[in-house]
Design a protein around this ligand. Sequence first.
Ligand SMILES: C[S@@+](CC[C@H](N)C(=O)[O-])C[C@H]1O[C@@H](n2cnc3c(N)ncnc32)[C@H](O)[C@@H]1O
Length: 442
Amino acid sequence: MPAKRTEQGQPHPDLSIATEPNDIEAVPTLLREITKAYDQFTTSNAGRDDLLAKCRTLVQALETPRETMIYHCWAHASTPPFPLCLVDSTRLTGRQTGVMAGLNFGVDSGLWELMAQSGDKSQKVGELADKLGIDHVLLSRLLRHLSATGYLIEIAVDEYQLTNYMKAMSIPAIGNSYLAMLSCTSAGPMRFHEFSRKRGWVNPNNAKDTALMYAYGTTMDTFTWQQSLGYGSHFSDHMSGYALGSLPWMAPSFYSVKERLIDGADTDPDAPFLVDIGGNVGHDLELFHKFHPKVPGKLILQDLPVIIGQIKDLESSILRIEYDFHTKQPVTGARAYYMHNCLHDWPDEVCESILAQVKAAMKRGYSRLLIHEHVIPETAASWEATALDMVMLTLMSAQERTRRAWYNLIETRAGLTINKIWNGGKGSQSLIECELSFDSAI
Ligand SMILES: C[S@@+](CC[C@H](N)C(=O)[O-])C[C@H]1O[C@@H](n2cnc3c(N)ncnc32)[C@H](O)[C@@H]1O
């Protein structure tokens, strides 16, 4: 029987906690304690466990809930650099899969939501279990493990307090990410080696033959698979969580919307100004509207019917269109077409055909295509970009692209011209501005 849900309509903690360090005040003390423990270890060869535990606590105190969530949801398929490698031994072993069981359980049962309502107060397992209709023994075991691994603070026997990270787990953009990205898909990376062995150890590039399909014995792609399990809207929440805390591309310090798009745009109020293709439930356009409430023409959101149907609150002036980007683009001659985190989901061959549909709708010398994705540098890549590359590899037979791979796809294969790449900084996504080449046939 499913656990009882908490009272609906309670406000979630403020979203800002998702991008703040878990416990920054603890850092100076922890650093002093680490130095002391290190001295003891090097002089007497004792206390290594204590040193390691304090190092782990330091990482947990410094990380933001969003980073921890991205790490859990993506990096299960990759190897992180310092400082995350310090906690690797908890994260990539049996201790870690147990943590995942507890975290997912708390999201699905409404436990984190219930606990977050009491803020910083300590809470008793018995009372929580009664309110949610969960077996006391079961809840006691799960919370004891989450406390032993540093995610909860133990106050007394069967009594706990939330860390900042656990409070953030009650926010859908953080907590629901776990159900979409771990519970639905983690067999893809876990059985990737088998899939790869059976395919002769080659780089996979067939969207109809992925490690996720192999691992779950399905022909569905990742999005359809998540939806079939009832976690489609959780994935949309994950996309909002992923975007948290990064500099928006439309911020004047990143990309000048005024100079590049507003100046010279058609001033007819019905002219298409910005079309977000595969824009999910509209979070990027909503943000765009906040930054630029007065642009000439229309903001248009396109996604599959199942996603457009999930939209709850969206700025009313944003037009919604149900559209499959493998088919003819119905909006022609827009000032800009925008694609965020879409092309990385597909191998080059499929991207080429998606881009052909955009290209056919673009107006020469006027329309721009903005591709917002990671441009992985040839060396010193960030762990977020490489972790996402592993997600693409193991779920979609697709990839995050390097600069060279983008030029190959956009210019050589799709026949568009890259005007410029605006770099979002280390670990952040870039904006690639493209237009129709003057010498290319449409
Ligand atoms: C990784 S998500 C990116 C969403 C959004 N652009 C963002 O960055 O938050 C990929 C999006 O592509 C959409 N999508 C997948 N296949 C599609 C198709 N054939 N036509 C239109 N949208 C599609 C998915 O529904 C999803 O919203």
